[in-house]
Design a protein around this ligand. Structure first.
Ligand code: ADP
Length: 627
């Protein structure tokens, strides 16, 4: 019998798991029971959609037993089972879905985390076993097979003689060592405890043969021991339990187990709604992005149950895109079980539930922002970008619902603030909400245009996410105040006198400015300005497309051709203004070189690429060597 090797990634992970010291070996049982429960769910679901599959719901169960002498624990289920191919692909590869970046010096906690994160539950059994034997017969196969492995060096698969559909897993426990006591699991009390602790909400009975001490004859006071099947879990799904009877820890455990996360959720939202369409929902906001969140294949959705029975693993219609990171379950009696998926999606009640859930999440987030700002910020830093997408997607339909959940970096406060906070601390003479965008806070802070606005004691929102400006544009105004990009040419912050003065200069030097514009080619105007205090030049824009927006358009795969209308502004009070004027009169060639250098400087400050860096660098060298 040929022994097959695990895929190489799997081998490393197995090594890591088996040879590391885990603080919590207990979870192996929870993982195996959850797999069994999933397999039972799958079989039940098949029976609803496939007439050929008949299932007697009383037979759907998980069975647990142990054998002290053989040092073995057996977990078996009457679920859908696995074909030979499934045994091979499901148990022969670990972490199919994620590429694992192994860090050599991970902390103990991080090592444990791997199990949950990558859905490698099954392998956690190697923490306590030196051999695992899986015998399985699939609903889709005539034959049954046995998979066996002693750890990292590989596994074998051969035919077996299992008659009933389902899976049986036998763990041969490791010998006890000074540090680890594996024999503890060969104990009725211990196993019962573990089931209660981690798997109480499993909807199928987890049964064990338990010796009961019965009074046989009252008169003679005679007792006898009888072996009886006992169901260890209460089987009420956690979302159906009374909130007061569930501990925070239970919700956390349920979440981590069901949604394969290694971290507790940031927020648990449990609700029970009675009315036209009654339902219970248990929602979780993860504390970090789900590990596959940025994969193309990531599917949003909530698990949909009807009366405790799973009818759809991921019902996307229950969540708007901007809450696609929310995990959870919805259980409603008011959804008919027999209807097909298509009809279900059309269902009026489903839409009603989706709307309620949307509002509920909004409300919870807004409460969090009010009452637990630190937590909200942690949420916003992880998922805020989704909300910003939500604001401008669908032509801004949802912006009013979401705008108060947004936060932006405030130049004045040097931290995240809301739009409402910005507006309420505006000085009386300030009419607009100012913002500036760039790739980092430091870069934005150094923009020449920022200075003038800050000098007026106006706050500026620094936008560093590339969706920010699109979101702001979609909102367009907040509490009657319009948004204004400080990079926009017409900020209108100068006094009438200042305006008059600069207008005069620009008129006088019209010819010079026109010559500069000609020589640059791609700007719509060149002008002198008095709004720059210390900086020599800057680029501003006219119209709706800002420089940052153009960068986003440029990065898109299909070129949109959308361009910002750029203006090169030169600080009239800076010595360079005088120099330029002189050169225009005396030395046209050097004038042109200076123009090119100044324009490149302005592009550089705006974070735009320079098309002809060699030419510019040579020009600069020329100038330097002359002085
Ligand atoms: P996960 O459960 O997170 O997908 P596991 O490593 O625990 O990862 O299991 C891998 C796969 O093996 C499961 O997704 C399932 O398809 C299959 N599997 C595991 N245990 C069983 C079982 N008892 N019955 C049927 N299939 C199973």
């Amino acid at each position: 019998m040929e022994k097959k090797e695990f895929k190489s990634e799997s081998k490393r992970l197995l090594d890591l798991m088996i040879n590391s010291i885990y603080t919590n070996k207990d979870i192996f049982l929870r993982e195996l029971i959850s797999n069994s429960s999933d397999a039972l769910d799958k079989l039940y679901y098949r029976s609803l959609t496939d007439k050929k599959v008949k299932v007697n719901s009383e037979d759907l169960a998980i069975h647990l037993s142990y054998d002290k002498e053989k040092r073995a624990i057996t977990i078996s289920d009457t679920g859908c089972g696995m074909t030979k191919e499934e045994l091979e692909s499901n148990l022969g590869t670990i972490a199919k879905s994620g590429s694992l970046a192994f860090k050599e010096n991970m902390t103990k906690e991080e090592k444990i985390d791997i199990i949950g994160q990558f859905g490698v539950g099954f392998y956690s059994a190697f923490m306590v076993s030196n051999k695992i034997t899986v015998t399985s017969k699939s609903i889709d196969s005539e034959d049954s097979y046995v998979w066996e492995s002693e750890g990292a060096d590989g596994y074998t698969i051969k035919k077996a003689k299992k008659k009933d559909i389902g899976t049986e897993i036998v763990l041969s426990l490791k010998e006890d060592t000074e540090e680890d006591n594996y024999s503890q699991y060969l104990d009725e009390y211990e196993l019962k405890n573990l089931v209660k602790k981690y798997s109480d909400y499993i909807r199928f009975p987890i049964q064990m043969e338990v010796m009961h001490h019965h009074l046989k004859d009252e008169k003679k006071k005679e007792y006898e021991d009888v072996l009886e099947t006992e169901t260890l879990n209460s089987m009420v799904p956690i979302w159906k339990k009374n909130k007061n009877d569930v501990k925070d820890e239970d919700y956390d455990n349920f979440y981590m187990d069901k949604f394969s996360d290694y971290d507790k959720p940031l927020k648990v939202i449990s609700s029970s709604v009675e009315g036209m369409c009654s339902y219970r929902s248990l929602l979780f906001i993860p504390s970090h992005a789900p590990f596959d969140y940025y994969n193309q294949e990531y599917e949003k959705g909530l698990s949909l149950y009807s009366n405790g029975v799973l009818i759809m693993e991921k019902c996307g219609d229950l969540l708007p895109d901007y809450f696609s990171f929310v995990k959870g379950v919805v259980d409603s009696e008011d959804l008919s079980l027999n209807i097909s998926r298509e009809i279900l999606q059309e269902s009026h009640n489903l839409k009603l539930i989706a709307k309620n859930i949307d509002n509920k999440i909004c409300k919870e987030l807004s409460d969090m922002l009010k009452n637990d700002r630190e937590k909200y910020i942690s949420f916003f830093q992880t998922f805020g970008v989704q909300l910003k997408y939500g604001v401008y997607n669908h032509f801004g339909t949802d912006k009013d619902k979401l705008k108060d959940l947004l936060m932006f970096y405030s130049a004045k406060e040097e931290k995240l603030i809301t739009l409402s906070e910005y507006v309420s601390s505006m000085p009386a003479d300030q009419e607009k909400i100012y913002y500036a965008s760039g790739s980092s806070i430091t870069k934005v802070n150094n923009l020449p245009q920022v200075e003038q606005v800050r000098d007026k004691n106006y706050d500026i929102l620094y936008l560093t996410d590339y969706v920010d400006e699109f979101a702001i544009t979609a909102i367009s105004e907040y509490e009657g105040k319009k948004f204004a990009n400080v990079e926009n040419g017409d900020l209108d912050l100068e006094s009438d006198e200042e305006k008059e003065n600069i207008k005069k200069v620009n008129e006088e030097k019209k010819e010079l400015l026109e010559a500069m514009k000609e020589s640059i080619g791609e700007v719509s105007e060149v002008r002198f300005t008095n709004k720059l205090k210390t900086h020599p030049v800057c680029l501003t824009t006219k119209g709706d497309v800002s420089i940052e927006m153009q960068k986003v358009f440029d990065a898109m795969p299909n070129q949109t051709g959308i361009k910002a209308e750029m203006v090169l502004e030169i600080n009239e009070k800076h010595p360079i203004a005088k120099k330029i004027k002189e050169l225009y009169e005396k030395d046209k060639e050097t004038f042109e070189h200076y123009t090119k250098i100044l324009y490149s400087e302005a592009r550089m400050i705006a974070g735009l690429p320079i098309d002809n860096p060699t030419e510019i660098s040579n020009l600069i060298c020329d100038v330097i060597s002359r002085s």
